[in-house]
Design a protein around this ligand. Structure first.
Ligand code: GDP
Ligand code: CA
Length: 340
């Protein structure tokens, strides 16, 4: 079985770990990872979602803090702060900086991000074999998500990570822009992974700034959409296999993070049903054939079915590898039911 997953960072990584546990050693997983959060910081190329995914799959992530490497120290960033370099509110751990330095060195040798990512993952060897798991940056070009936001009565543009980490999404966001998207193309292997997959899964990642920035969001009526990385949304729409998404939202709140503010910018409520609506049914030009939502949101099932999305209720909280594996199995079962 070849599974293709579209994912952001932390929520995506928990799901891919579960999928890895649910599949056999001969299976293959291709993860098309959001690169919209990437940025230049202190002279280094930082790729938050690729790193969250790589560290989690390698078992080297700090699960308690929710980001970065386990057993981290912060001597270098303390030193950088003394020089007034970087963002004081965005801490880069020493081990994490090692990744960014290595990545930047390879980029400067002329290697594209996709190849750099393969090289970085190769370090963790076994973790990415059996089932073979490949991380595919959504694009090799620099396409960054910027936010037009109102802060202290002033409208400014800031990088998504600044809006997220410095303002904790408190600056009132008006719109998201994917800077550089017009000149970009799908990363090598991303479209092929979708074309060759037996199943396509949308991880329970942020539907707007993790999945939407990769696949594009249709935008309905007055609601703005997102362009997505050219070619990837099209490849998903053309795929002859089921596309199943998992809700990152339970009840009226995301399991963690700020998906509510992101959905509101596009004119949606924060609910599992609204997230599915933002993706749209593939039958109607959207992205989904199937959708898993939490048991407490089961009341939304008939409306989704009516909108052409095969929806099912399942336990959605990924507390450990067992619950993550079960969620991945439920997604695969829904895909199998759609196929037959
Ligand atoms: P980020 O890029 O690091 O912000 O991570 P993602 O975009 O991949 O994932 C963020 C989303 O994951 C948030 O909207 C969370 O609600 C969702 N999430 C985190 N943990 C869980 C979980 O255990 N279950 C589900 N269903 N969603 C989760
Ligand atoms: Ca992210």
């Amino acid at each position: 079985m070849r599974a293709a997953v579209i994912a952001g960072g932390v929520g995506g990584a928990k799901f891919v770990k579960g999928l890895r546990a649910a599949l056999g050693p001969e299976d293959r997983i291709s993860v098309v990872v959001n690169t919209g959060d990437d940025m230049w910081l202190t002279g280094l190329r930082v790729c938050p979602d690729l790193d969250s995914m790589m560290y989690a799959l390698a078992g080297m992530n700090d699960a308690e803090r929710g980001w970065g490497r386990e057993g981290e120290s912060e001597r270098v960033s303390a030193e950088l702060a003394e020089y007034g370099v970087g963002w004081p509110w965005f801490t880069l751990g020493d081990l994490d900086l090692g990744t960014h330095i290595a990545r930047t060195a390879m980029l400067q040798e002329g290697m594209p991000l996709s190849e750099v990512t393969d090289r970085l993952c190769a370090r963790w060897g076994e973790a990415f074999r059996a089932p073979r798991t490949r991380l595919l940056p959504a694009t090799d070009q620099e396409v960054e998500t910027w936010v037009t936001a109102e802060e202290d009565g002033q409208v400014t543009e800031m990088h998504f990570e600044e809006w997220w980490v410095r303002t904790r999404a408190s600056a009132r966001a008006q719109r998201f822009v994917q800077r550089g998207v017009e000149q970009a193309g799908a990363g090598p292997g991303a479209r092929e992974a979708l074309a060759e997959a037996d199943v396509i899964l949308l991880a329970p990642s942020n539907p707007v700034v993790s999945i939407g920035t990769v696949l594009g969001l249709p935008g309905v009526g007055e609601r703005p959409g997102l362009p997505g990385i050219p070619g990837i949304g099209e490849a998903l729409r053309e795929a002859a296999v089921p596309v199943v998404g998992v809700s990152p939202i339970i009840g009226t709140a995301p399991v963690q993070g700020m998906a509510r503010q992101c959905l509101e910018v596009l004119g949606y409520d924060c609910s599992a049903a609204a997230a599915a609506q933002a993706y749209g049914a593939r039958a109607g030009g959207g992205l989904l054939d199937g959708w898993l939502l939490a048991e407490e949101d089961a009341a939304a099932l008939p409306a989704l079915e009516g909108a052409g999305i095969r929806a099912r209720a399942a336990p959605l909280r990924m507390r450990d590898e067992t619950t993550s594996r079960r969620l991945a199995q439920d997604a695969l079962e829904l895909a199998a039911a759609i196929s037959s």
